[in-house]
Design a protein around this ligand. Structure first.
Ligand SMILES: [Zn+2]
Length: 185
């Protein structure tokens, strides 16, 4: 039997997250070994949002209330990642994952971070999220209409996907800063 047939049987031909019967397809839960145990049957609407968290529509995900209790680890893992992405701490607190399920769920979450190139300041010191940095040169902030003064401390920075840039709050405005003009404190 193909994975698709096995999942259709397991799920009763419905989306294992929201129970929709529309446009079902197989979704392999990363990192997957390609087995049925690590895949779920998913509808197009869920799949679109699972694959692109910028499309998350909170009103669609009341179904996680149920799917988080699934007997299938793969369904629980996807539910857990979605709850994380939605910031639904209440349900996360209630949720129960075995240790190996938790490890699997978190591996998927940290994928993105691991693939990111490290970010360094002007001296080659590695920068991490929430670090404090000092600006070492007066910087015109285009679009914001002010100058970020040399010597200004920027607390609680956030890393970006570009290793040459970080984000931080200066003069109450969240701006992108070039790491070559920064020094870690
Ligand atoms: Zn669905």
């Amino acid at each position: 039997m193909s994975i698709e047939q096995e999942l259709l049987t397991r799920s009763g031909s419905q989306c294992e997250l929201c129970t929709s019967k529309d446009d079902l397809s197989v979704y392999e839960v990363s990192p997957s070994d390609g087995s049925v145990a690590q895949a779920i049957m998913i509808c197009a609407k869920c799949k679109e949002q699972v694959e692109d968290s910028s499309k998350l529509d909170e009103s669609h995900w009341h179904c996680l209330n149920d799917s988080m209790w699934s007997e299938h680890s793969a369904v629980k893992v996807v539910s857990y990642r979605l709850l994380k992405a939605l910031g639904n701490q209440d349900l996360l607190d209630m949720m129960y994952l075995e240790e190996d399920e938790k490890a699997w769920a978190d591996t998927g979450l940290s994928d993105e971070d691991d693939s990111r190139e490290p970010t360094f300041d002007s001296n080659g010191a590695k920068l991490e999220a929430e670090d404090t940095v000092t600006i070492i040169k007066d910087l015109e902030v285009k679009g914001a209409g002010f100058t970020a003064k040399r010597g200004t401390a920027v607390r609680n920075i956030a890393l970006t996907n570009n290793p040459e840039q970080i984000e931080g709050r200066v003069n109450g405005t969240r701006i992108v800063l070039l790491t070559k003009f920064l020094k870690k404190q």
